[in-house]
Design a protein. Structure first.
Length: 111
């Protein structure tokens, strides 16, 4: 495979304790799904469910599994959020907690 016929990519999966990064050289025209399959991360981490739970991205931009890769792309497999940030803010508002820029309570800023 010449350099024009191949691309170098990395596939990343962030765990709580560390990040798994697999560097690959693949044929040009490969898709995100093919790179993930070649990385071995699906076998190593059976909790990854690309159909339902985990989303995919390239450099923090969401993509689909059939996206064609470019040289030096970084494919990221995202874990699901533990808590929805919108829901957390809604619950705080219901409880009457006021958020203030810079931290501290809202009462301190009123004095």
């Amino acid at each position: 495979m010449s350099t024009q016929d191949s691309i170098k990519v990395e596939v990343c999966y962030a765990l709580r304790e560390h990040q798994e990064i697999v560097h690959l050289t693949l044929p040009a025209g490969c898709t995100v799904q093919r790179a993930i399959d070649a990385s071995g991360l699906l076998q190593k981490h059976p909790e990854i469910d690309l159909a339902k739970t985990n989303k995919l991205g390239i450099f923090a931009k969401l993509v689909k599994a059939d996206t064609v890769l470019r040289d030096r792309d970084r494919i990221e497999i995202y874990r699901p959020l533990i808590a929805d940030p919108k829901e957390v803010r809604r619950k705080r508002a219901e409880e009457g907690k006021v958020m203030k820029k810079g931290g501290g309570s809202a009462e301190e800023g009123a004095a």
